[in-house]
Design a protein around this ligand. Structure first.
Ligand code: S3P
Length: 167
């Protein structure tokens, strides 16, 4: 089975949905942010503060490069993965790219801004970032799924759309 890549805004539910997808199928869950953190040995706020966003994007792309050569993965990407055209190419060539859409007000109400440097502890920045990226998410996506119910519902909708067998 090809990989399934979940793309979308911070706080859209990519990680929990990818984890759920893996738990109901034969796919293995991978979180790209967690892989970057373990590669660098620092938290995401530390990486941004000490090395800058460009360095974070470089490591993120390198991690995606390794991941895109594997199969059978449910991959939760970071919200900025679509900023790199090469990232989008790698994902589209190695799997299903699924845009997880979630209402911006719901994101703002639930998001942990402290661990997300781009929000600078202000969840309202989500609106601006969403407007800036909306076309990139839509352009990269092969499938779009609304995260407007439970995590399990979203995971099952994705499985159905990509033809993944689930238990
Ligand atoms: C980012 C999203 C974060 C993380 C980093 C940058 C972004 O991942 O990669 O803070 O640019 O949208 P999540 O989407 O998992 O929060």
């Amino acid at each position: 089975m090809k990989n399934i890549y979940l793309i979308g805004m911070m706080g859209s539910g990519k990680s929990v949905i990818a984890e759920e997808l893996a738990s109901i199928s034969e796919l293995r869950f991978i979180d790209l942010d967690a892989a970057v953190v373990s590669d660098v040995g620092k938290t995401i706020p530390e990486i941004f503060m000490e090395h800058g966003e460009a360095y974070f994007r470089e490591v993120e792309s390198n991690v995606l490069y390794d991941v895109h050569r594997l199969e059978n993965l449910a991959v939760a990407t970071g919200g900025g993965i679509v900023l790199g055209a090469r990232n989008v190419d790698m994902m589209r060539h190695s799997g299903h790219v699924v845009y997880v859409q979630r209402d911006v007000d719901d994101i703002i109400a639930s998001i942990d801004a402290i661990s997300r440097p781009l929000l600078s502890a202000n969840p309202e920045n989500v609106r601006r970032i969403y407007e800036e990226r909306r076309a990139l998410y839509e352009g990269a996506a092969m499938i779009t799924v609304d995260n407007d119910g439970t995590v399990e519902e979203a995971a099952r909708k994705i499985a159905e759309k990509v033809g993944l067998s689930v238990r």
